[in-house]
Design a protein around this ligand. Structure first.
Ligand code: HEC
Length: 135
């Protein structure tokens, strides 16, 4: 009985400590930069990437789940783990174009894209298999 009471007290203390954490962070680091309310930064970048893929010519050759001229973006997501390295690698392929990874048909370069936009699109593609960017 005594043991339970102590456990209860520890639990209450821990929950209490967690509950007050955001308050402390605010004081120490200031307000977090609001990008979209309630959305994590990494998820926001994925959403921006999805919009950029729609806006650019990607969908003339790519479909999320079907192979057209290029591989289904879902297959690309399955092939590559969601890592910083692969975000950079795919962003580079999106900007410079590529060939020989999925077949003999080359992907046209998109030299007008910025590195940061290309990385957002890479994040969107990598997210399609449900994998999340590691925090
Ligand atoms: C003219 C057709 C075409 C267009 C337009 C196109 N792609 Fe591709 N894409 C391809 C082909 C073909 C491949 C396979 C290239 C290979 O085998 O290396 C590919 C491969 C890729 C890959 C995988 C690269 C790799 O090395 O595994 C990604 C990611 C990708 N495309 C994203 C995009 C995005 C984002 C856009 C829009 C900015 C886009 N593609 C526009 C044809 C296209």
């Amino acid at each position: 009985m005594k043991g339970r009471t102590i456990l209860f007290l520890i639990t209450v203390t821990l929950v209490g400590a967690c509950g007050s954490k955001p308050e402390q962070n605010k004081e120490e680091y200031g307000e977090p930069q609001a990008i979209s309310e309630g959305v994590k930064v990494s998820e926001d970048l994925v959403a921006q990437g999805a919009a950029l893929v729609k806006k650019n010519d990607c969908n003339t050759c790519h479909h999320a789940t079907n192979q057209i001229v290029g591989p289904a973006h879902m297959e690309v997501a399955k092939k590559y783990a969601f890592t910083d390295e692969n975000i950079k690698l795919l962003a580079e392929r999106i900007i410079k174009g590529g060939s020989g990874v999925w077949g003999q048909v080359p992907m046209t370069p998109h030299s007008g894209l910025s590195q940061s936009d290309a990385e957002k699109m890479a994040r969107y593609v990598l997210s399609l298999d449900g994998e999340k960017e590691p925090e």
